[in-house]
Write a protein that binds this ligand. Structure first.
Ligand SMILES: C[S@@+](CC[C@H](N)C(=O)[O-])C[C@H]1O[C@@H](n2cnc3c(N)ncnc32)[C@H](O)[C@@H]1O
Length: 352
């Protein structure tokens, strides 16, 4: 069975619909590029897909919504892949409008189980003549020839701000469409922050793995300041472009210290080579698309010890049903449960 995403296969069945210069928005597998030899522009919001993209003649890659390769009016066919989060579709459609040349056509491709049928109302809001042109590989393909083009596309204008508080310390956090827990503090993250107030991390340079909007790094440093301490830098890493943009903005607004880097797993984190962290704190991913998938976090746990100083600490919150405790003990060291209920458990382990 092919591992090629269904949406990419569905698009390839319709390749004759791609005319002129193409822009792919939301690419999830670069294997598609070699199947479209005329080249074009491909945007992915996934740091791993971007980093692994082969350099193919005629193709330009863009990482996320603020990449300078995204030039206005550069494409005659805009292919938008349905994102996992519905809110992100409006973001992708707005970007498509910005990249479209006069008279461009728009193609939307997505899987039925990811909600393509429900997304059509959003599509028709910007492209009233959109029509379904194919249904295959569990996907639908929609095409429109009239849609709003040439508008402004300013990521800053899409950014929202909200306050979150834990243990009496409040921070201002940025949000963008598609980001984890946009506009609110996740209940697992809240439990993690409460343990950090009761039992702070060892002082020293730390890493927030899978940082999302940057809430953990901002909150820890705000808590340290409120406790009259000098804040310790906390680097932050996430695979998603919107997370990197939001975490950088949140860090700036809260005057938090630390580098924010795009990274698939720990691959983009240089701390392992140049700097071993005193602590790693994380609310790690457990989804791939609509499925529960613990493989990314298991891989992170196998690599985390190499990024920790001896006796450095891992502090992790996860859904209580996820089977991480034995792996943490094996890869890092003895494990303590600092908090827990039916939904979440916070683990603490010291590197042996
Ligand atoms: C459960 S959320 C936690 C976000 C944030 N730390 C919080 O507490 O609100 C997990 C994060 O993992 C990120 N993620 C998913 N896969 C990843 C990977 N392979 N490498 C790094 N980060 C990843 C997601 O983009 C998401 O922001």
């Amino acid at each position: 069975m092919s591992a090629f995403p269904n949406a990419h296969e569905a698009l390839l069945r319709n390749r004759e619909r791609i005319q002129g210069r193409v822009a792919l928005i939301g690419l999830s597998d670069t294997g598609l590029l070699s199947e479209l030899p005329d080249g074009g522009l491909a945007m992915t919001d996934h740091a791993g897909v971007f980093a692994r993209a082969p350099s193919l003649q005629g193709w330009r890659m863009a990482f996320g919504y603020d990449d300078e390769a995204l030039q206005p009016g550069c494409a005659d066919t805009l292919v938008v892949f349905l994102p996992k989060a519905r809110a992100e579709l409006a973001f992708r459609l707005a970007l498509a409008g910005r990249l479209a040349a006069n008279g461009a056509r728009l193609i939307l491709v997505g899987e039925k189980r990811e909600g393509i049928a429900g997304a059509v109302r959003q599509l028709k809001a910007v492209a009233p003549d959109a029509a379904k042109v194919d249904s295959a590989r569990h996907c639908q393909v929609w095409q429109a020839s009239q849609f709003a083009t040439g508008g402004e596309f300013d990521v800053g204008a899409w950014m929202t701000w909200h306050s979150v508080a834990a243990a009496g310390v409040e921070v201002e956090i940025a949000g963008l469409p598609g980001i984890f827990s946009d506009g609110e503090l996740d209940a697992g993250t809240l439990m993690l922050l409460q343990t950090l107030a009761d039992q702070p991390l060892p002082r020293g340079h730390a890493l927030d793995f899978a940082c999302g909007s940057g809430v953990i790094g901002c909150w820890i440093q705000a808590w340290q300041r409120a406790a009259g301490q000098e804040p310790s830098p906390i680097d932050a890493a996430d695979v998603q472009s919107q997370a990197v943009i939001c975490a950088r903005s949140s860090y700036q607004r809260n005057q938090a210290l630390g580098d924010v880097v795009p990274s698939d797993g720990l691959s983009g984190v240089s701390g392992g080579i140049y700097r071993k962290y005193r602590a790693i704190v994380t609310n790690p991913p457990f989804h791939a698309g609509v499925r529960t998938d613990t493989s990314m976090t298991e891989q992170f746990l196998r690599q985390a010890a190499a990024h920790l100083q001896p006796s450095g600490e891992l502090r992790l919150v996860a859904n209580s049903f996820l089977p991480y405790e034995a792996l943490i003990r094996k890869t890092i060291g003895p494990v303590t449960r600092l908090a827990g209920d039916k939904r979440f458990t916070v683990y603490c382990a010291k590197r042996t």
